[in-house]
Structure formats: structure tokens, C-alpha cells
Design a protein. Sequence first.
Length: 480
Amino acid sequence: MKTFDELTLSAEVAQAVRELGFAAPTPIQAQALPVLLGAPTDFIGQAATGTGKTAAFGLPLVESADPQDKTVQAVVLCPTRELALQVCGQLNLFGKHKRVRALPIYGGAGYGEQLEGLRRHPAVVVGTPGRLIDHIERGSLSLAGVRTVVLDEADEMISMGFKEDLEKILKAVPRERGRIWLFSATMSKEVRRVAETYLRHPKQAQVNASERLSATVDQVYYVVPERDKPAVLVRLIELADEFYGLIFCQTKSLVMDLTQFLTEQGFRADSLHGDKSQDDRERTLRAFRERKTNILVGTDVASRGLDVKDLTHVVNYSLPRETEVYIHRIGRTARSGRAGLAISLTAPSHRALVNRIEHATKSRMTEGKIPGRREVALKKVARLLARFLDQPQHAKAAGLLGPEWGRAAKDMTLEEILGRFIAMTAPELFDEREKTLPAYQPSAHAPAHPHAPRSAHPHPQHRAPHHGGRKPYWKKKDRG
Ligand SMILES: Nc1ncnc2c1ncn2[C@@H]1O[C@H](COP(=O)(O)OP(=O)(O)OP(=O)(O)O)[C@@H](O)[C@H]1O
Ligand SMILES: [Mg+2]
């Protein structure tokens, strides 16, 4: 199947697909759509991150829903609130012209709005398991009319301990009419056991292990002692021509500390983790999607399914032990055919994890050389030219200069003036300390404070951040 026209889509849904700008189906869509648009069947779909699994189940879901029917006809289960919201948004786009409405139901949000939404008879409900069960038990949601249940990121919901909740929901759906679809880039043994229990002769579309990663992602790792990680991270961000990325940490406290550190360094960074209020989480993600911030530091709450357009980087502050976690994290970049760079920092003692991941994903990670401060500074200078040229206020600025400026520059050559400008803007180029501070190579000479050598940053904060009674982040152990 090469085009969407070859499918039996209704005019309304076909129109929605056109408006989304989807030219041709992705491989998983080409495999799944003809099956799921046909006779009812259970289904397992496994394909790499960012390859359009949402539409692979979403289009048939909307197509099978009857907008006149006042019952909830389909349920989509997601492991995180943000993902439920995102998938719900996608379904509403697919169902826009057919007037099939989806409602998000997830924890942390008020009940009032959800009850109100349920009273307006959505055809599809997209939610996290806990809150859905709350509504079922309160009697505000009935699954008696449900014909399709989709488990997006099925394996994650099981490893998060939602297995019993899932089973409760599956049992609330009349099985004689219902069908169950499982989707994820990874499938654990555990999820296969659930599938064996609840799915009947499922049809499958599966990619092999070597295709679980996006084909367009580059993977680089740097061996960095724990205490040097913040400074190395800053160098890598500054070295990038563009950095719009997610940085994953293993713990919430590390997320908070690293965000604070990056903010103090003048970066537009924010954090996403489970200790934030739901309102805050949503505000943060919205600002990141709108590029008001360009760095989002998060726990694995941000690792599954999130589709943020055109992320240039994903950073593993430490390598995760589980290959699945690695696959989903780095899958936030290099989506739908775009290029993306996955950077992993690993402590020397955890270097073996690199081989393990390479082996499991049948892919290569290259070892990166930690850039020196001079290299970073040269890159910054190279980027200055564009900014230098783009100064519409230069005439006004010149008008502000007193006569002493003219006198001072009178005998200078153009070269000298430009040289002074660069030296003033990037003094770290000539910082003698570089010689005595190999610093970010695994060595005994690492600086006491990870950000101490960054003397030329526009927002210098040369003091160690305070963290109440907590240990500062660079002394904490992160896994890997
Ligand atoms: N046929 C298509 N043509 C172009 N873009 C598409 C197509 N299908 C989906 N997309 C876009 O590709 C992006 C990734 O899709 P989606 O989020 O469904 O991926 P996924 O396979 O679910 O990934 P993950 O495993 O990370 O959840 C989305 O922005 C989506 O709009
Ligand atoms: Mg997905």
C-alpha cells in the first residue's frame, strides 16, 4: 500500500489525513491500516519510535466510531498523563470532520471537567488506567458499549505496575464484541503473557530487533566521571549548532538540581517530573513545545510516546540499565524521518552498558571526545557572525557613543577593532587556565565546582547552588 487513497477511508477521515499533511502511510500504517479497517480482530503492532503508530490505530478507531451513538465506543490506555493528552489531541484531529470526539481522562486533573466531558457523550476516551478505573467505579463511565480497547505503550503500563488495573478494564469490556489492540516500539515477555491471556488469535505487525531504533538517529556516548557531567553537558549544548532537546535523569532530585544548574548558567531550561502539579507539568510541556524553553530536563515520565516536533537532541545524563528505556528515550528525537542526535554520558565504571545496549539494539554507538573549552569558544565565535550582521539598531547604538570612543578607535585598523570585539565577547579563548585544567577528561584535576571554569558566560554565577539540606547534584550518584 503506497497511498492513503488505496484504503477504505471515509471522505471525512481522508480529508483529516490530507489536512495533517500525511502524504504516504508509514510502514506500520501500511501494514496495520488494511487489517484494522477490515473485519474486527485483535492486533499487536510493534514498530520503531516515531513511525506513526498513533495514526495506525487512531484512524481505524475513528473510522469505526459512530458519532450518533451516545455510548463510549473505544478506550485508549496510556502510561502517562501527557501521552493521554497528546493521543487524545491526535484522535480529535483524525475525527474532526466525522465529528467523532475523544475525551482525555487522567489523574492529577480535576474531576469536574472530566464528569462534564463524560456527560457530553464522547465516542472515545483516552486515559491513564488509575483515573479510568475511578470513573468506572463511581459509575460515571461505562465501558458496556466499548468495541475497541487500545493499549498504547502496553509493555510500559505493565512494567509500571498497572497490570491489575489493565485487567480490570479489559474485564469491564464486553468481550464477545470487543477487540484489543496493543502497540509499542518494544514488547516485553510480560506483555506477551497478558496478550496470550486476553487476546484472541491476534494479527501482528512486527519489526525485528535491528529496526527498533529510528533509522535516522545518531548515537554518541562520552565517558565522564559523575562530577564532571554538568560541565561536559554545558559544553556539548554550547557546541551544538542548534539544541532543542530533552535531557533524561534517573531521579526527580537530579532533574531538579540539573535544571537549576542549567538555568543559572543562562539556559532556557525547565523540568518535567512526577512531583510537579499536573497544571505545572502541562504548562511546562506546552512552553517546551512552543520553544519558549529549548531544554527540558525530565525523568522517564517524558520518555514514552511524547511527540515533540523536531527535537534535535536527546541526552541520557546517565545510561539506563534497561535497553527498553534507552530505546524510548532516544526515540523522542529523529522522528518521522528527521535526523536527531542521541548523546549519552556514562561514568567510567558503567561503560559496559554501552556494549549491552549496542548488542540489544544491533546498532553502533560512537565514543565522542569531550570538546575543550577553546573548541567550544571557537564555535561560539563562528556563530557570532550571523548575530553581528543581524543588528538593525547598529546606527542608533553608534549614536550613543561619546567622542572618547572615536578618539580611542581613530588609529585602530579594522582588524584590531574586530579582534577587540571578539576578545571581549569570548575571553575564554585566551584563558590561560585551560592549560592547567584538562578538567573534563577522567583525571584527578577536575575542578571543585563543575561550572567554575565558565568565566565568560553571559550570566556568570560562580557560586555553588544551594539545595537546602540536600547533597549538591554533582555529588549524587546517578545510575550508569
Ligand atoms: N503517514 C505519515 N506521514 C507523515 N507524518 C506522519 C505520518 N504518520 C504519522 N506522522 C507523524 O509522525 C510523528 C510520530 O508519530 P507517532 O507519535 O504516532 O509515533 P509512534 O510510532 O507512536 O512513536 P512512539 O513509539 O515514540 O510512541 C507524529 O508527529 C505524526 O503526526
Ligand atoms: Mg506512540
